[in-house]
Design a protein around this ligand. Sequence first.
Ligand SMILES: Cc1cc2nc3c(=O)[nH]c(=O)nc-3n(C[C@H](O)[C@H](O)[C@H](O)COP(=O)(O)OP(=O)(O)OC[C@H]3O[C@@H](n4cnc5c(N)ncnc54)[C@H](O)[C@@H]3O)c2cc1C
Length: 556
Amino acid sequence: MRVVDFLVVGGGIAGLRAAVGLAEAGSVLVVTKESLAESNTAYAQGGIAVAMGGEEDVALHLADTLAAGDGLVNAEVAAVLVEEGPRRVGELLRWGTGFDRHPAGDVAEGGAARAGELMRTMEGAHSLPRILHANGDATGREIVASLLRHLRGLKNVELMEWATTVDLIVRADDNGVGRVLGATLLDAAGGLIEVRARAVLLASGGAGQVYSETTNPAVTTGDGIAMAYRAGAELMDMEFYQFHPTAFAMDGAPRFLMSEALRGEGAWLVNESGERFMARYHAGMELAPRDVVARAIGREAMEGAVYLDMREAGKGLDIKARFPEVSAFLSGYGLELERDRIPVRPAAHYMMGGVRTDVHGRTSLAGLYAAGEAACTGVHGANRLASNSLLEGLVFGARAAQAMVEEQETGNREQGTGNKAEGGAIEAVNVEAWIAELRRLMWREAGLLRDEVGLRRAKAGLTALRAKGPGLLGLTPRAQARLSAMLATSILNPGLLRLTRRTLEARNLLGVAEAMVQAALGRQESRGAHYRVDFPERDAVARHSVVRRGELRFIA
Ligand SMILES: Cc1cc2nc3c(=O)[nH]c(=O)nc-3n(C[C@H](O)[C@H](O)[C@H](O)COP(=O)(O)OP(=O)(O)OC[C@H]3O[C@@H](n4cnc5c(N)ncnc54)[C@H](O)[C@@H]3O)c2cc1C
């Protein structure tokens, strides 16, 4: 058993920023499922939205955030995001994050010199350019690198890679309300470790892998959300998944993101016949809110291919310098932004829902906090404003750390039990095929366009999958011991190790998918990213969905 003051699950922007704050107050263990290079943060391209220009700028950022969220944004939380954002980004700058700056000799339209100033770009639904970026389109990687550099200079922080959290350790009181005391980990050597902590932060990211079409890397299987749910925490707004309009669409190729910043720099969307079709859907054209653009592409794609066309906008722009990652990826497929139209289609991108928290990252379980994409503060409402999520991780990672430090005195290290899980044999079914079936089902029936019939099919399909893989879906303490013993003798067999982690991920994907479908069925309206073909109108009153232990309710 390991004992630390603070356990942080996840090494993306939220977890790393939180660790900085926690390190001042005690020992911190940060665990990540793969290497620190694998997180949604590391893949973030476009940049981080932040209002660095004073009060008016902040007010506009708030207005844009509220508008994008389609009536469901928690205004108090959004105000915290935009007001604290500049300070947190200022810290990043002090810690050496190399956001791109205008080069020597660069002048603004009015003739003022801009050399050395931070570059700001535009994205959809922003009223002005406020997105900072680094190394062109490699913003996330630069932020992770600078946070890690800073963290490595601090005492008290241990980074443990290739460690998968299995479940939370909880102690339930007489009313069945749990206090979280730590978590079980499956470490790189395949051993199970019990970690006890005064407070646990879930910064484990989203769940893009629940869909067969996603821009998210393999680690995004909603583990933290599913673990919290199993432990009895409330989840909020699980039906809201943002579909990015422009993922690379070539058979056999990954759904690599064609950053919104491309459209921010003027790229067009055209259909098979070359028509710039967004004119028929929204006055904002290519920079309309993401859900509008994604559905428009979805509709056009029924008639033929849809392309991102940068050829006109790219004239006079050093595209390879501005979009090095995208350019390098495309060159692998013989394509160039300057020369070719790029085939695109929507893919699951960002989870607005997650573990319900207050503005300090507190969940409904004592001792458990959440921040970043795993959390749902209500800051994004029904639709996230582009590039607000890196900022969210930064601001609310820092706030959660502060609350964990302040409240740690009330924590304790009592005996708890592993969270109860059903199941017996471990390798009852082919886990990869089982996961693939779940992901296809979710894409088909609970994706961009939804209706009652499809969602009921999704629900039935998930029930069938649960029945098909009972051994796969939970590990009793006995099964855990068996798993541990198996792995101890097969460290040299990476296939087995992977299968085992996949078993845990399969269980988590199912838990997340079930909560998503339940909430999507319950929300009989269309709002933001949740589009019900059978209920195309928006309700007069905006309500959040909350799921806990299989019960769904709606709250103001
Ligand atoms: C391709 C792409 C481009 C994007 N571009 C932008 C952008 O330009 N601007 C913007 O604001 N947002 C962007 N986003 C969204 C943004 O990157 C994420 O919302 C944000 O980085 C999430 O940060 P996080 O710290 O919450 O989680 P992540 O960065 O996803 O980190 C999650 C961490 O949790 C760990 N983890 C997960 N499960 C477990 C487990 N069971 N045990 C241990 N560790 C676990 C992972 O290993 C990882 O370290 C983009 C997303 C993608 C996929």
